[in-house]
Design a protein around this ligand. Structure first.
Ligand code: GLU
Length: 326
């Protein structure tokens, strides 16, 4: 199946879809900045969607802190915040459609079953699902169900079926071709705890919210083919995609994460005092500007170009320790 590379569809509708798992860190700020610039530079509409599917993992106060951080940074949005935790009925309806298509089956595998070291892994590090539970008999399913609640997997076409060969174009990473059966295998659309999986929720949300421009971190590039497959099954349009290169730790060895406490906005806001100082440094680091002087998000609109973002596609962007020194 081929998804033709598309230009912008207008009017543009983009989204920023953070998971509220704690305070925002510099990596989130970077993705939010590019998503905001991408929409605002072409006069589009921006939806803010809070991806709190797993409410037990949403620390108290994290949504409020995130909204406050986004506002402090100078980002605005036109719709939302929309909370995924309030949309379970909607996901259920589309989940039921996939079940009715006879394309799903219950999976009783535990995390430990899947992470056996010899199992082949997809490029995002998740194990390739080899279909262990695909052909269980009704009796085997009933027996296993006494021990464990199953998740639900969506079957992907066999390797020889062109429907499972997903081709798409990413504005930063170019044309990609992925065979679902080789890349991930049958994947979860509902977890064993009953929570709808990210792949289903995000695909349904983007379609129903009219999102035609998806800008997000390149850690989600491997999810794209799965989401396009769901779009194909549910007859949704495929949005325009741009995956943003990651910010890395200073030695480039790993992605900047919560481990780097200095990259947390709870630390950086009092340190820098003004959002313009943080954004100026970030814009200089990433090549959006050629000097580190303070700048507002709005001032960065002029001259925003995907070529700048593309320049980092291969290597990512190491953040030197001096970034956090004032
Ligand atoms: N909620 C995801 C995150 O915070 C982003 C999902 C998406 O943009 O598709 O990493």
């Amino acid at each position: 199946m081929s998804t033709e590379p598309q230009g912008y569809e207008t009017p543009v509708c983009g989204r920023f879809a953070p998971t509220p798992s704690g305070r925002m860190h510099l990596g989130n700020v970077w993705c939010a900045l590019v998503a905001w610039l991408a929409v605002r530079s072409c006069g589009g509409e921006l939806v803010l969607r809070i991806e709190d599917l797993d409410t037990k993992k949403t620390p108290a106060g994290s949504v409020e802190a995130m909204l406050d951080d986004l506002t402090w940074l100078g980002f605005d949005w036109d719709r939302g915040p929309v909370f995924q935790s309030e949309r379970f009925d909607i996901y259920q309806a589309y989940y039921d459609r996939l079940v009715e298509m006879d394309l799903t089956y219950p999976c009783f595998c535990s995390r430990a079953d899947l992470h056996v070291s010899e199992a082949p892994h997809a490029s995002d590090g998740t194990p390739l699902y080899t279909g262990i539970c695909r052909n269980l008999t009704a009796e085997q399913r009933a027996k296993k169900a006494l021990e464990r609640n199953p998740g639900t997997r969506l079957m992907v076409p066999v390797v020889s079926d062109p429907v499972g060969l997903i081709e798409f174009s990413d504005a930063v990473y170019g044309t990609k071709q992925e065979c679902l059966a080789k890349e991930c295998g049958d994947f979860l659309i509902r977890r064993s705890d009953g929570i709808f999986a990210y792949q289903l929720a995000v695909t349904v949300d983007d379609a129903l919210m009219g999102v035609n421009q998806v800008v997000r971190g390149c850690d989600l590039l491997p999810s794209c083919a799965r989401q396009i497959y769901i779009q194909h099954l549910l007859e949704f349009k495929t949005p325009w995609y741009a995956h943003v290169p990651m910010l890395l730790a200073s030695d480039g060895s790993h992605r900047l994460s919560k481990r780097e406490h200095s990259a947390d906005l709870g630390y950086m806001r009092p340190l820098f005092g003004k959002p313009e100082i943080l954004l100026g440094r970030l814009a200089y680091l990433t090549g959006l500007k050629d000097s580190p002087e303070p700048v507002s998000a709005r001032e960065l609109l002029e001259g925003f170009s995907w070529d700048t973002i593309r320049a980092h596609a291969d290597l990512g962007i190491p953040v030197p320790d001096s970034f956090f020194e004032i």
